[in-house]
Design a protein around this ligand. Structure first.
Ligand SMILES: [Fe+2]
Length: 338
């Protein structure tokens, strides 16, 4: 009997040490992500099992599964969401000098790592607005009277907007941000609705003068991957990178943390390290039109064309988007940003 139990025990330990896989929970739905997972599998022999969904249900699932959660990694868009998962105690700290060396300090923390980067910028239609006149625009200027009834932006429950406001609280303080928000919300051209691409379309159609949206949506429209009519609309619109004469343009990330009860931690770290390799970074940027998280990686032609005036804010740690999220959201609601 003793021998049988020992054998079963030995066999199950032996089997789990051989388990050549990782379980990735992700909120991203890009086909290109799956291609890079397959590439990782081909190189290392480690199979990537993907569970995809929206951030809240996945978060809930991980919490409910607790110690039995088979997930190794959680991939989320926006530092605010990563921070939220961290505060719910979903992640564990890992050690990787490679990740620390390749990912700039302000784009990671002890629990999660930026994998790609995006900028939240302004779009305008040069048919209605003189490029010269607005070339030095700052986010702070969007509260000025001249932009009354002009600005297209999505709702306050959108995490990208909460992160943008959090970056203003960090840089200007809460009092100034609150004053700015009051005027900014007054400048909306209509009650916010729709996604980032809808805001760009409103500017293309001449309904709004300025739109705020993430860079990759615009690049995606320009690429033709969203159809001919969106491509034509995007061509009418120009990007403007705010705050280029001071702290630089607001940056956010898509990033990953290793889950607390990860059964395949070593493989998970290998996977993270693969995602910051030159090959993976080029692939992700080429297909999602996000910026590589690693410096000096070749970006696709469309991104090069639109990013000529891009000066990135490298002084604001993205972690503060999570820390200030509640304060940001409350301020936005207080100022009647729906
Ligand atoms: Fe997005």
């Amino acid at each position: 009997m003793f021998f049988i139990i020992s054998f079963v025990l030995f066999f199950s330990i032996f089997q789990s040490s051989l388990s050549n896989e990782i379980n990735l929970y992700t909120t991203r739905h890009y086909e290109a992500d799956y291609e890079i997972y397959r590439k990782f599998q081909n190189i290392t022999g480690i199979k990537v099992n993907v569970v995809s969904g929206k951030s809240k249900p996945l978060e809930k699932r991980i919490i409910e599964e607790g110690k039995n959660c088979k997930g190794d990694l959680f991939f989320l868009a926006d530092a605010g969401r990563l921070y939220s998962a961290e505060k719910k105690n979903l992640f564990q700290k890992i050690k990787s000098s490679l990740l620390n060396e390749k990912i700039p300090t302000h784009l990671r923390n002890d629990y999660w790592y930026g994998i790609t980067k995006r900028a939240r910028i302004i779009f305008y239609n040069p048919e209605y607005i003189n490029s010269e006149k607005i070339k030095n625009l700052n986010y702070e200027d969007l509260g000025n009277k001249e932009w009354n009834d002009s600005i297209a932006i999505r709702q306050s429950n959108n995490v990208y907007n909460q992160s943008l406001v959090a970056s203003l609280i960090y840089n200007l303080g809460e009092k100034k941000t609150s004053e700015w928000l009051e005027n900014f919300v007054n400048n909306f051209y209509k009650t916010p609705m729709g996604n980032d691409r809808a805001q760009i379309l409103a500017v293309a159609a001449g309904e709004a003068k300025l739109a705020i949206a993430n860079t990759y949506y615009y690049a995606l429209m320009l690429s033709g991957k969203k159809g001919k009519s969106q491509q034509e609309a995007a061509k009418k619109v120009k990007p403007l990178f705010p705050n280029k004469n001071n702290r630089g343009t607001h940056i956010n990330i898509s990033g990953i943390g290793v889950l607390k009860h990860s059964p395949n931690k070593i493989n998970a770290i290998k996977f993270l390290e693969f995602l910051v390799s030159e090959e993976a970074q080029i692939h992700l940027s080429k297909n999602s039109f996000e910026y590589p998280i690693v410096e000096n990686i070749e970006i696709p032609e469309i991104l090069k064309l639109i990013s000529k005036e891009f000066k990135e804010d490298k002084d604001t740690p993205v972690e503060i988007y999570g820390k200030f999220q509640t304060r940001s959201f409350n301020l936005m609601l207080e100022k009647k940003w729906n």
